[in-house]
Design a protein around this ligand. Sequence first.
Ligand code: ADP
Ligand code: MG
Length: 281
Amino acid sequence: MLTVHHLTKTFGAVLALSEVSFAVKTGEVMTVIGPSGCGKSTLLSIIAGLDTPDSGDVHWNDQSLAGAPTHERGFGLMFQDYALFPHMSAGDNVAFGLSGNDKHRTASEILERVGLAGFEKRDVQTLSGGEQQRVALARALAPRPRLLMLDEPLGALDRALREQLTGELRALLREFGQTAIYVTHDQQEAFGIADTVMVMNGGRVEQTGNPESVYRCPANEWVRRFLGPGRLIEGRVERGADGEIGISTTIGTWPLPPHEWSAPIGGEIILLLRAEGVRKK
Ligand code: ADP
Ligand code: MG
């Protein structure tokens, strides 16, 4: 399990990370979402050991990784610009980080699992963007890293392909039981792939939680705005004539979902109403 403790990193006057702490459990997929420049890539670089923090620490199973070089951390990285070796076949690209006599067989198997059966001999330069992205994923998965970090891996693809691959990536990461940190500025991707979503802003963690709770109960005004438009409606918890507890507002009385909040009768509540939550009668 990965734990990150109070990471702070500055570049001159820029505070890229400020007291960032979180944990990723084995097999968990955490997505990190936030606007460009909020510190996502800096965070991955420090976890990978490509950069050092000003303060704070990264642990694997309660052991500090301070001073451990990148190649000894057992982590995999995948970036937006795939960085495939251009003059090599898809199979050689995937086999590159492997050792042993059966590395090409392993590469073929992984290519098959990412939907590229029979692509071993293809020159990667002849592949489409989506196919190249799959080769890059196969290459990242092949050594079975104990943590895979993906930095905007679908960022260079068009929207339709991105949506399709989001679903495929989610299924693959689950199938491999792959522990992963997935960085994106795209909400659909972040919420489509995550077990846990961490929202960042200006180097700070604004909120961490499961996708539904983050979407439905933003921790603060900034997260609410970042996650899309919605109207805030003031209400009050009341017990109706039928004994049911509801939230009384200027646009009617709404049932109070029993598990989500505990509010006393008479308590003031703010409802967040999003467009997709509204149906025409
Ligand atoms: P993100 O990946 O969320 O877009 P980054 O982690 O790349 O954000 O950057 C966070 C902030 O740190 C930005 O303001 C960026 O300009 C700055 N930064 C990142 N790397 C460097 C660097 N090597 N030198 C100077 N500033 C940097
Ligand atoms: Mg980045």
